[in-house]
Design a protein around this ligand. Structure first.
Ligand SMILES: [Zn+2]
Length: 407
């Protein structure tokens, strides 16, 4: 197998990849939850591109009356290899809204190529990997060597707004086998050295402290909610960090985090003692711990601190996302991916855990082994999102080589 020949075929697609990425970014694909019309127009364009390269496109469209087309489109293309297992590369075509337009240096849906980067909403999340996977498949087919495994792309909708009409729809249609290899190139770091195999649990907690408001010169006549809250926040901070102190080097950072974040405005004037204080914690907890236990700790510590002051504290969990079991760091997809990245890019990648949800979570929840990897400057969801052209081409080379590299 002439790996160099395959990679230089991918290299030859550099200009074409950039123009396909520019073309696709210019078609917004925003889910109805975010006020958009869905992915229909973009899916049609992707289908044209694939058919233009001679692929037969399968469509699995999920009915959704909230969008004008009535459907959320999902695209599958396959390239037969030897045997009956399949290597899947899963990307999503939907994007998040641009947010505040004044912070963009170019219009988000009129992509601009400048300084080796393609700017636009969806450039990196997930356009870069989507386009790279299409050209990787094209390169393999035109190269004419059958890989030892079937290769398939799934290009899905609804990743940014819950996965129901996207990857979950495909999983429910029985497209994936448990011995398939699944790659989700939708998160990564700037040198491509991070293979994501695990996620932390996420919990957001709201603490509402009720005291009694009065003039600041008469503190003995009231109960300063701000002081109670300050004590409560620090007590929780120390207690939780001490109790949940295990460090797992798979994760960055290796520990569970409990961060006091948002604080709601209280009184209008400096000379008023606040009678109420509302604050929040953002918790990212290692999967070995139980979020129910963390929640119980919040409630117990809060009532202890409250009773010390004679205040009232209510604890409300405003978000709770239990992470699925991690992918085995020795699973075949992880081993093959790390070896391929080493051979193609000379980078020593390692399995890691991160904080956030991708298409990998629904797979992991159902017991599939899945790796998340791409090379990314982490501009997703930010203004001036961009894709580095060297990452676009470099990742396409890894995707093209992966089916040929045994773990
Ligand atoms: Zn994404």
């Amino acid at each position: 197998m002439d790996l160099g020949g395959l990679l230089s075929r991918v290299e030859g697609f550099r200009e074409a990849m950039v123009s396909t990425l520019v073309d696709l970014i210019s078609i917004p694909a925003i889910g109805p939850e975010n006020g958009g019309d869905g992915e229909w127009a973009k899916a049609r364009r992707i289908q044209e591109v694939l058919e233009g390269f001679g692929f037969r496109v399968e469509r699995y469209d999920s009915p959704d009356p909230r969008v004008p087309s009535g459907y959320r489109p999902n695209i599958v293309v396959r390239l037969p290899g030897e045997g009956d297992r399949t290597l899947w590369i899963i990307t999503h075509m939907d994007v998040v809204p641009p947010g505040d337009l004044s912070s963009w240096k170019y219009p988000p849906f009129k992509p601009v190529v400048e300084g080796g980067k393609v700017y636009g909403r969806g450039a990196e999340d997930n356009g870069q990997s989507l386009v790279a996977s299409i050209y990787a498949l094209r390169a393999i087919r035109e190269f004419g060597v059958k890989p030892g495994i079937n290769v398939a792309l799934a290009i899905v909708s609804d990743e940014e707004t819950g996965n129901k009409h996207g990857i979950n729809y495909l999983i429910s249609r029985g497209l994936f086998r448990h011995d398939d290899l699944i790659l989700v190139p939708d998160a990564g770091n700037s040198d491509g050295s991070m293979v994501e195999v695990a996620e932390k649990h996420i919990m957001w907690v709201r603490l509402d402290v009720e005291g009694k408001q009065c003039h600041a010169s008469m503190p003995h006549r009231c109960l300063n909610a701000s002081r109670v809250a300050a004590d409560l926040i620090l007590t929780l901070d120390r207690y939780l960090h001490e109790k949940y102190s295990f460090r797992d080097p798979l994760f960055d950072p290796p520990n569970s985090t409990f961060e006091p974040t948002k604080r709601e405005p209280n009184v209008e004037s400096v000379n008023i003692l606040p009678g109420r204080d509302v604050s929040y914690f953002d918790c990212r907890v290692l999967p070995r711990y139980s979020l129910d236990e963390v929640e119980e700790d919040f409630r117990r510590v809060a009532s202890q601190v409250a009773s010390r002051y004679g205040a009232k504290v209510s604890v409300e969990v405003v978000a709770k996302i239990v992470s699925p079991p991690p992918t085995d760091v020795n699973s075949e997809i992880v081993r093959r991916l790390i070896k391929t990245i080493r051979l193609v890019r000379g980078v020593e990648a390692r399995p890691m855990g991160i904080g956030g949800g991708t298409c990998a979570a629904p797979f992991r929840a159902r017991g599939y082994q899945v790796a998340v990897w791409m090379t990314s400057d982490e501009t997703a969801h930010k203004p001036n999102e961009y894709s580095k052209i060297s990452n676009l081409v470099g990742d396409a080379k890894v995707f093209a080589a992966l089916p040929f590299i045994e773990g």
